[in-house]
Ligand binder design. Structure first.
Ligand code: SAM
Length: 446
């Protein structure tokens, strides 16, 4: 059995959905046993090797780090050892000090120069009654002392202790993947340790792999054709691919491919891709991006990008595809809240377009294949207006695929209401701050 800790992306629910779908699709017997706003703890029956964990990290768009859980405590211990307000409880402090770091991470330290970091992940934000900052600092000092006392030539730790760049005001005492790479913290004897607080436990995990943010940034910025206005983020593209059940070797279709971000991500993951777009400029751009990627990877990539209307897909594509993933047009970009009638009209038009494209997709998609797509949610003064999933499954040849399978969710039921997971959920919102047209993700199955 392997117990893994996943550091989640900013949309924790979507990250968990993606993770559960991946585990199920790849035939792992796994359960979500605990989760927080920042992390998920998953128990997998099989023993996983490092390559499998690396594959997981590259497939999952909503995952920043994966580590193996090495030790855990009932939450009372850290609560008493590092309380936010009261004074520390001596026995609990002594209990935490008993964590056998040397045995589990550093069996041989004599004469070694060791760099490490402890990344702390609170449950939701900093409001839990633990002094997370003091905890991180004290744990790092403890481990450093232990390493030096046991003969390490040097022991240096890295700590990041600033408000979260993504959500200001939220505490962040975790190292960014960039600093982990820069300081080679994943190369033994160096190590990054994840300290994950949930409502009931504190988990220590040793990081096996992190998201390669530098490589992603390089690809984003260096590809020849960029269109910030329409491009979908590469991370969401990976999530869509996982939700659609796409695997290396599969043929994947993006019928609204735009600049080709999803096709590029699919190709990096070893998939063959077909892209379609109605706009010739986008098609040219997507082709040049794929050419650039093939050159950059030094590999021949299998892809075909066509100009055409997605409403006529089945006459454009004669091949059977294994998975379909896309971000379609989502309607106008609003500067101020549109009236309800206008939003309804737009949503009706888009629903008609999506249904017609889905009917076409059902002709070329393999049996039981899946479609993962985003849909718009338009904010109006009278509430949010969106495409109804029931419309997308009426006469299109698709049924709704539920991403959050209740069979694999074994987290406690009496959890903070903000962390509740409703397995019956049809779609998962993906919000962009300050925008009037938000998105949601939906998955359909043939
Ligand atoms: C949101 S963008 C897709 C962005 C893309 N994922 C990327 O990263 O660049 C939607 C794309 O759908 C295309 N489009 C709009 N209507 C279409 C249709 N009927 N058939 C095919 N493509 C269409 C647009 O030209 C646009 O490039």
């Amino acid at each position: 059995m392997t117990k893994l800790a996943f550091v989640l992306g900013s949309n924790w629910l979507l990250s968990i959905a993606e993770l559960l779908v991946y585990i199920q699709d790849r035939g792992f017997e796994g359960n979500l046993v605990d989760h927080t706003r920042n992390a998920a703890i998953v128990e997998i029956k099989q023993k996983l090797d490092n390559d499998q964990i690396v594959d997981m990290q590259s497939a999952l768009g909503g995952c920043y780090k994966i580590g193996k859980v090495i030790w855990e405590y009932e939450i009372d211990i850290p609560l008493r050892a590092y309380p936010a307000k009261k004074t520390a409880h001596k026995e609990s402090l002594a209990e935490i000090r008993k964590c056998p770091w040397l045995k589990i991470i550093w069996p041989r330290v004599k004469g070694k120069k060791i760099k490490f970091g402890i990344s702390t992940y609170p449950i939701i934000d900093g409001s839990f009654p633990v002094n997370f900052r003091r905890f991180s600092r004290a744990m790092s000092d403890e481990v450093k002392k232990l390493l030096l006392e046991n003969g390490a030539r040097r022991a240096d730790y890295y700590i990041y202790d600033e408000p979260d760049r993504r959500v200001k005001g939220r505490l962040n005492i975790a190292l960014w993947p960039k600093s982990i790479a820069r300081n080679s913290l994943l190369t033994p004897p160096n190590a990054e340790i994840l300290a994950i607080f949930s409502e009931t436990r504190l988990y220590f995990a040793r990081t096996s792999v992190v998201y390669d943010s530098m490589l992603q940034q390089y690809r984003d910025e260096s590809r020849p054709f960029i269109s910030a206005e329409i491009s979908t983020s590469p991370k969401i593209c990976r999530t869509l691919l996982t939700l659609a059940g796409a695997r290396p070797g599969d043929t994947v279709l993006d019928p609204f491919c735009g600049t080709g971000t999803l096709l590029m991500e699919a190709a990096i993951l070893g998939m063959k891709c077909i892209g379609v777009d109605i706009d010739g400029n986008q098609v040219q751009g997507a082709r040049s991006n794929m050419k650039w990627l093939a050159n950059d990877l030094g590999e021949k990539l299998e892809y075909n990008i066509l100009i055409g209307d997605a409403k006529g897909l089945s006459s454009l594509i004669k091949k059977r595809v294994d998975a379909v993933a896309f971000e379609p047009i989502l309607g106008p970009i609003y500067k101020k809240t549109p009236p309800q009638e206008e939003a309804e009209e737009i949503i009706n038009e888009l629903t008609a377009l999506y249904c017609s494209v889905l009917k076409q997709i059902s002709k070329i998609l393999r049996p039981e294949g899946r479609v993962a797509m985003t849909i718009p949610v338009i904010r109006t003064d009278s509430g949010d207006i969106s495409v109804k999933f029931s419309d997308l499954t009426r006469d299109t040849g698709f049924t709704l695929y539920r991403m959050l399978s209740s069979d694999s969710i074994k987290s406690r039921k009496e959890i903070d209401p903000r962390l509740k997971i409703r397995p019956e959920r049809e779609l998962i919102p993906e919000r962009k701050r300050g925008q009037l047209v938000q998105r949601a993700l939906i998955v359909l199955e043939k």
